[in-house]
Write a protein that binds this ligand. Structure first.
Ligand code: RP5
Length: 193
């Protein structure tokens, strides 16, 4: 069995989603959901650059040998996790700047994007959009090796395009939605009578 889009629940994880804190999950779960939708096996872990530095070193060093092929690392504030992870592996590391309370994620973005030459971190947008795009970019990378992942990504893009084209006029989207909701409302009224 190929290790990808077949059964993400049992397959060996190809992508590791790591984050600096459980508080980052609200953002990073969008990366996990996107990988899930594409059928890409992945694992999720809290690994903090500041609070568990030894674990970060161990995790980063062992990832390649464990069969991980792409690492998505999300962190907020003085976000060292993506860069430090990248320094411990030659696997591609995609960084997601988590929105911080104090600076709205600008601190996270700069901490992740402004890596010195020699240790790259592919940096995505701040927050949910970045988490989703990190997963899509991971899929694009894996698609070079796994044809079924490339096809899953192609299907995702086609569906996304079809959804937009299906609702060209936002003013007409609301009545259409109301029409869909109407039978349920009628049913409720009948029950009360
Ligand atoms: C970073 O500090 C984490 O990535 C998180 O975004 C931020 C705040 O962490 P908590 O104080 O919520 O655990 O290391």
């Amino acid at each position: 069995m190929t290790n990808s889009a077949q059964d993400p629940a049992v397959a060996r994880p190809l992508v590791a989603i790591i984050m600096g804190s459980t508080s980052d999950w609200e953002t990073m779960e969008h990366a996990a959901k996107t990988l899930q939708d594409l059928g890409i096996a992945h694992e999720t872990r809290v690994v903090s650059a500041h609070r568990t530095p030894d674990l970060l070193f161990e995790y980063g060093s062992a990832a390649e040998q464990r069969g991980i092929e792409v690492i998505i690392a999300g962190a907020g504030g003085a976000a060292h996790l993506p860069g430090m992870t990248a320094s411990k592996t030659v696997l591609p590391v995609l960084g997601v700047p988590v929105e911080s309370k104090a600076l709205k994620g600008l601190d996270s973005l700069l901490s992740i994007a402004q890596m010195p030459g020699g240790i790259p971190v592919g940096t995505l947008a701040i927050g949910k959009a970045g988490a989703i795009n990190a997963a899509l970019l991971a899929a694009a990378i894996l698609g070079n090796k796994y044809p079924e992942i490339r096809e899953a990504l192609r299907k995702f893009r086609q569906l996304q395009t079809a959804k937009v084209l299906a609702t060209p006029d936002p003013a007409k989207a609301a009545p259409a939605l109301a029409k869909i909701m109407a039978p349920a409302a009628k049913h409720k009224r009948k029950k009360r009578a």
